[in-house]
Design a binder for this molecule. Structure first.
Ligand code: MTE
Ligand code: MO
Length: 508
């Protein structure tokens, strides 16, 4: 062998300088990974910002004033810059430790992650999952440090440097992406705060007193926005600026057009209480929720575009790459309140639920009707176009199946009169009857709350005289057409689960 590398790999350890560099590179990668995780899942859980706000809390008043005096509104960027330098410095120290004795450095990195996780979960309004980005950072930092130092020892300097540079660059890139994502999310939050919902052209009658039972543990008739289930394919919810948002109405139509948010908001907007339902809801599951949506008629918008003969489907697309196939006939049905919603329970549509505009169609599962972050309505045909989930094993058409759920009791209960209660749904048909079976006894009729709307679930209750021992409760609903909820067990694929919700309770 004629050519040999100039630098001979050291058998045992990399030089101190290389070890420190490895630490800086690992710290950079860890920071990027942590910030990116936070940006995607919960911006408030950013390890750097959490530690920063902990530092602010711990800083004595005089020092705070001095920093503000010196940097003015630049005090926070200054703090963040200091923090980043400190973390990179600690990274270098960890590198040296790791060189001295493996895995001391990696352990030190993990400890820094624990501190950040602690800071994240103790911020006001934080919860345990907010520790996740810091844990990701700690794991990435520890693993990359140990890999780099080992590499520095076993391979040549050039190879090591390449690893360190790539790690640092990836870390910086991840940090930059994280910044862009959070900036977008903040912009969207500002845009949502700036929305003033138009006065409804038609308000929904509020529920009558008898439309809901006052039973603890029973699902409320209307789901608060903060508790509303969220299902979508978007890793981070699209951040859409309503000022540049446009909806295209196109395809097999005589008059394709596009409309902006302002113009759409000026169309007649009416209130529509509707229960939304996910096809992935298992029997007895809670992937459903009811809101009073504020929106404008899809039927009217389609009439403006004028679908051509032969079209039978509307393919709606969301900014996240999702699409849904909805029968044109459903959207044109004058008796069905299919809307483009901009409001949810009196508030502008939250970002997670599709801001600025989403579809709501009573009686169809969400995946074939409830497109969030809507950008396009394409009039087409079922034999020409397929939607996102249709290419993944689900049916192209999927009306909601009649079903019911026992909300309470769900755990051990005292003997005596027990109020069994829950909700039943058959959106757009309505619920006519709910029955409860105890053990293998007869099916007995439950008391139904009033029917606020056929598009909304209906509460039911049953006063059961419970005797000590283990019991099995089973519920079944019958819709207004007389269709009885089937006991046949089927999974969610391809068009929604069936079976009877069954609850075992210990009566003591
Ligand atoms: N853009 C977009 N819209 C979407 C989805 C999605 O993944 N992307 N998921 C659909 C599904 S499967 C359901 S059940 C409902 C859920 O709406 P929610 O998150 O507001 O409860 O949104 C529908 N609309
Ligand atoms: Mo869904």
């Amino acid at each position: 062998m004629l050519e040999r590398p100039v630098e001979e790999p050291s058998a045992e350890r990399p030089s101190s300088a290389l070890a420190a560099l490895a630490g800086v590179a690992a710290a950079s990668l860890a920071l990027g990974a942590g910030e990116l995780t936070a940006a995607v899942f919960s911006a408030a859980a950013s390890p750097v910002l959490s530690v920063g706000s902990l530092v602010i809390d711990l800083t004595p008043g005089f020092l705070k004033s001095a920093v503000i005096a010196a940097f003015g509104t630049g005090d926070k960027p200054f703090l963040i810059a200091v923090l980043l330098v400190v973390v990179l410095g600690l990274g270098a120290l960890a590198g040296l430790l790791q060189r001295r004795r493996r895995p001391l450095g990696a352990v030190a990195v993990a400890l820094i992650g624990v501190v950040a996780a602690g800071a994240a979960v103790t911020r006001t309004g934080a919860s345990l999952p907010d520790a996740a980005p810091s844990i990701v950072a700690a794991v990435v930092g520890g693993a990359s440090l140990s890999a780099l130092v080992t590499r520095g020892a076993e391979r040549g300097r050039r190879d090591f440097l390449r690893g360190a540079i790539v790690s640092t660059a990836v870390g910086i890139a991840a940090g930059a992406v994280a910044r862009a994502v959070t900036a977008g999310q903040r912009g969207t939050q500002r845009a949502i705060a700036a929305v003033t919902l138009p006065t409804p052209s038609r308000t929904a009658a509020p529920p009558a007193a008898g439309d809901s039972f006052d039973v603890p543990g029973l699902t409320p008739l209307v789901t608060p926005n903060a508790d509303f289930y969220r299902i979508d394919i978007a890793l981070a919810p699209p951040a859409i600026d309503p000022a540049s948002w446009r909806l295209e109405v196109a395809g097999e139509v005589e008059h394709p057009f596009s409309i902006g948010y302002e113009e759409l908001s000026r169309l007649p907007m009416h209130e529509s209480p509707t229960t939304l339902m996910c096809v992935s809801n298992e029997v007895g599951g809670t992937l459903n929720g009811t809101a009073v949506w504020l929106g404008t008629s899809i039927r009217d918008l389609l009439a403006r575009a004028t679908p051509k003969a032969g079209a039978d489907m509307v393919l709606s697309s969301g900014a996240d790459g999702f699409s849904a196939s909805t029968p044109l006939s459903v959207l044109q049905d004058p008796d069905r309140d299919s809307i483009l919603a901009i409001g949810m329970n009196g508030e502008p549509l939250p970002q997670l639920h599709g801001f600025p505009v989403r579809m709501v169609v009573p009686g169809l599962y969400g995946y074939v009707s409830a497109t969030k972050w809507l950008t396009r309505l394409e009039v087409t045909r079922f034999d020409r176009s397929t939607a996102y989930w249709t290419t993944r094993g689900y049916s192209a058409q999927a009306p909601v199946k009649v079903s019911s759920r026992i909300d309470r009791p769900r755990s051990a209960t005292r003997a005596g009169v027990v109020t069994v209660a829950g909700v039943a749904w058959a959106q757009h048909t309505g619920i006519a009857r709910v029955q409860l079976q105890v053990d293998d006894g007869p099916w007995r009729d439950c008391e139904l709350a009033g029917d606020w709307s056929v598009d909304v679930w209906r509460q039911w209750r049953y006063r059961w005289t419970a005797t000590p021992g283990d019991h099995v409760l089973r519920v079944r609903a019958t819709d207004a057409d007389g269709l009885v909820q089937t006991a046949k067990v089927q999974g969610e694929v391809p068009d929604g689960a069936t079976g009877l919700h069954t609850v075992r309770v210990a009566i003591t």
